[in-house]
Design a protein around this ligand. Sequence first.
Ligand code: GSH
Length: 233
Amino acid sequence: MPEKFHLISSVTCPWVQRSVITMRAKGVEFDVTYINLQDKPDWFLEISPHGKVPVLKVDDVALFESNAIAEYLDEMFEPRLHPADPIKRAQNRAWTDFLPTFGWGPGLNNVTYCPSKEALPEALDAARLRLSRLEDAIAKERGNDGPYFNGDTLSLVDAAYGPFLQRFSISEKVLQTGLLEEFPLVSAWSGALLANETVTGAVPPNFSEEFNRNLERRGTYAWALMTAAPAAE
Ligand SMILES: N[C@@H](CCC(=O)N[C@@H](CS)C(=O)NCC(=O)O)C(=O)O
């Protein structure tokens, strides 16, 4: 059995949060080192082939890629966050692989980090397409009554999507697009994930401050709305 887990992290990274959720759900103790991704240390570049976090050091072995890390943790520690049924497990893996399509590029992140009011309608349309696929996937899962992807316990799919839905919910407070309300199953799923402390608490205490800094650095519309002076009477 490995003795020491050490996570190389960055405060606002959703892929890192996925590793932390997985370790929290399994009660795995770990140390953390935060690095500055704008100025990566040499020791980090030596252990991270593509220079990305998370890296999980398991004793002296460095694992990279949040998906590989999640799968490793799931094989090693109870409770299993993958379904026992091989077909369901394959489906869960496939929906986890869908995450970059869902979150990145013309997906949910383009709404979260939308640069302007004018760019919002196009970002919303592209996100709607991905959200409708996810809505269908959850509908097929229901058989189970939720609140999580496979039913009443967290799965690796929940650990993967939760961080992206959490970041969207922060921007959505000011954007007020109502986007998720168009997808009631995704909306209920998001609500359950954001009410789960294992998910939302898997960030350090300075997360909000650093996330806002991120919104500012990226020149987002959400940041402009957060800092807009109230209209004069
Ligand atoms: N596919 C990777 C994505 C990780 C990733 O994109 N991490 C970002 C931070 S959220 C990063 O380290 N970026 C640094 C860079 O690309 O230079 C995973 O799942 O671990």
